[in-house]
Design a protein around this ligand. Structure first.
Ligand SMILES: [Fe+2]
Length: 185
């Protein structure tokens, strides 16, 4: 298992993004907006760390660290790699905006995603061991992506995501579904 991404919900997504860019060398990978049925919106940014996945091992390799470009031949598989970061914000009256407002207007970590080989199997193990309840009966899927979310953990207070992916760590439909299903949490 590897930490795949950390999802924050914050007041000002660009200010938060600048912090991760300046201090840890993250860059913006994708930016998108989600519109809900009641026309409220959530604005999302996916930040990528200064490493790339090793093409064969599917692990990560050092490519650039704090702006220092390294020679291609010096690239070594990086088995412990930094997670991607997912940041969202929204106006008051929206799911994300209200979640942030309920946390002193600052927000916080919404969920932590762990990569695993088989999401359904790991989900079953966690359920059987009594360690988590899940927001859906089955994992959600998009092309190249399988993911499932726990309810906020009674042990840590955090929602956990179990994820298996080939490419992107999110897809817009699943993000929308997640936000809707955690509306009251
Ligand atoms: Fe996530």
């Amino acid at each position: 298992m590897r930490l795949d991404h950390i999802a924050y919900r914050v007041k000002d997504r660009y200010k938060t993004t600048k912090f991760f860019e300046d201090t840890l060398g993250y860059t913006i990978g994708t930016e998108f907006q989600i519109e809900f049925d009641d026309e409220s919106k959530a604005n999302c940014l996916a930040l990528v760390p200064p490493e790339v996945r090793h093409p064969q091992t599917n692990h990560w390799t050092h490519k650039v660290l704090m702006g220092v470009q390294r020679e291609e031949e010096s690239i070594k598989p990086e088995y412990h790699a930094p997670p991607e970061i997912f940041i969202s914000s929204g106006p008051v009256g929206s799911i994300v905006g209200d979640w942030v407002a309920a946390r002193g207007g600052i927000g916080g970590i919404h969920h932590i995603a762990y990569q695993c080989d088989n999401v359904a199997d790991t989900m079953k193990e966690w359920k059987e061991a009594g360690y988590a309840e899940f927001l859906s009966d089955e994992p959600m899927t998009c092309p190249g992506l399988t993911q499932v979310f726990t309810k906020p953990s009674e042990l840590t207070g955090v929602i956990y995501e179990l994820i298996s992916r080939k490419d992107k760590g999110f897809c817009v439909d699943n993000v929308k579904q997640l936000m809707n299903s955690t509306k009251e949490l």
